[in-house]
Ligand binder design. Structure first.
Ligand SMILES: C[S@@+](CC[C@H](N)C(=O)[O-])C[C@H]1O[C@@H](n2cnc3c(N)ncnc32)[C@H](O)[C@@H]1O
Length: 325
């Protein structure tokens, strides 16, 4: 019955609720089973940070690991890797595949997280050895949602060690051009050739349809330590800049989440856009753009909804003219 409740909570796409049920289930009991086969950024922060899972300068990250095939390949090569996914369905498939390959403790290798937010919030400067992004969603019709931009590559550059490498592949010719342009426009990195096996579900799928595979790789030559303030994507979004620039940055306290500093606010096409810095109780302070669209709070540029109630409440109150909570 309790397990059914847990499944229901997961089915309702409310992983935080599923966790609550899980904690209630486990409270006072000596159950040894892991009910969620993947972890969350919050759990990683609670266990002390990403270096508990990946060795500094050695770790590999795969963003959008899908069904986990490539992750298993990386691990079979002896690499210490972490797969990020936003889809529960993919994460479950990946967990199954990892277990089959002998990596039983799947929550050490799979994280339910948006790739950009994870890099920004959880990965320290100069930490990773390699990052893979294979066949990312091309967002035909909404190209502004594509993950690869100059701003993203600058973030990648800062999070990789000097000498570290990024690998990207796509079947989408226009996205390939965008990737190429982003690489050429990003300082401190150098394109390099990349060959080698690419056994992923989407690679096979596009090959079977006769679509090309565009591969990109670059090596980090130096850090610049200055993530671009002006994300070109956000420039497109902002209609009239700085209508509500606070004279001083506004600090909002968030229950259990630390502090949020609102540095600037803009009226964007789709709602109020805030340039913020989040100071969580654990981990590093993180700069981010948040879009308040009706009653939803969305992280840009990935467009994932933020469901942390205190964060949503604080930003909504701020937007409605009430300065603090
Ligand atoms: C087209 S599939 C490719 C999957 C796999 N890399 C492959 O080649 O078979 C893109 C995957 O990226 C995931 N994804 C999309 N946006 C993401 C993001 N911002 N962070 C992490 N994963 C993401 C999707 O859920 C999906 O599983």
């Amino acid at each position: 019955m309790q397990y059914a409740l847990l499944k229901l909570a997961e089915a309702l796409k409310a992983p935080h609720r599923a966790n609550k049920v899980k904690h209630r289930l486990l409270k006072g009991k000596s159950l040894q089973i892991t009910l969620t086969p993947f972890s969350s950024p919050r759990e990683i922060l609670k266990m002390g940070g990403i270096h508990r899972l990946l060795p500094k300068g050695e770790g590999v990250l795969e963003i959008g690991c899908g069904n986990g095939e490539f992750l298993v390949q990386l691990m079979a090569e002896g690499k210490t890797a972490l797969g990020l996914e936003i889809s529960n369905r993919c994460l479950r498939k990946a967990a199954f595949r990892l277990r089959e390959a002998g990596f039983a403790e799947t929550s050490r290798y799979l994280v339910k997280s948006d790739g950009v937010a994870f890099l920004r919030w959880l990965v320290p400067q100069g930490f990773l050895k390699e990052i893979y992004l294979l066949f990312p969603d091309p967002w035909d019709g909404s190209p502004q949602r594509r993950i690869v931009t100059k701003g993203f590559l600058e973030l990648v550059r800062e999070r990789l060690v000097v000498g570290g490498r990024m690998f990207m592949a796509t079947d989408h010719t226009e996205y390939a051009r965008q990737m190429e342009r982003a690489i050429l426009n990003t300082e401190g990195i150098e394109p390099v050739d990349w060959e080698g096996p690419l056994g992923t579900k989407y690679h096979r799928k596009w090959l079977a349809q006769g679509r090309p595979t565009h591969r990109f790789s670059f090596v980090v030559k130096r850090h610049l330590d200055e993530l671009s303030e002006q994300n070109p994507l956000l420039d497109l979004e902002v209609e009239s800049p700085a209508i509500g620039t606070p004279e001083l940055p506004m600090v909002l306290s968030l229950e259990h989440e630390g502090h949020l500093i609102i540095e600037r606010s803009y009226q964007a096409d789709e709602g109020r856009l805030f340039k913020t810095v989040l100071n969580p109780p654990w981990g590093m302070a993180q700069k981010q753009f948040l879009l308040l669209k009706k009653d939803k709070l969305i992280l840009l540029p990935t467009w994932h909804e933020i469901v942390i109630p205190s964060l949503l409440k604080a930003v909504s109150l701020f937007a409605s003219g009430i300065p603090s909570v």
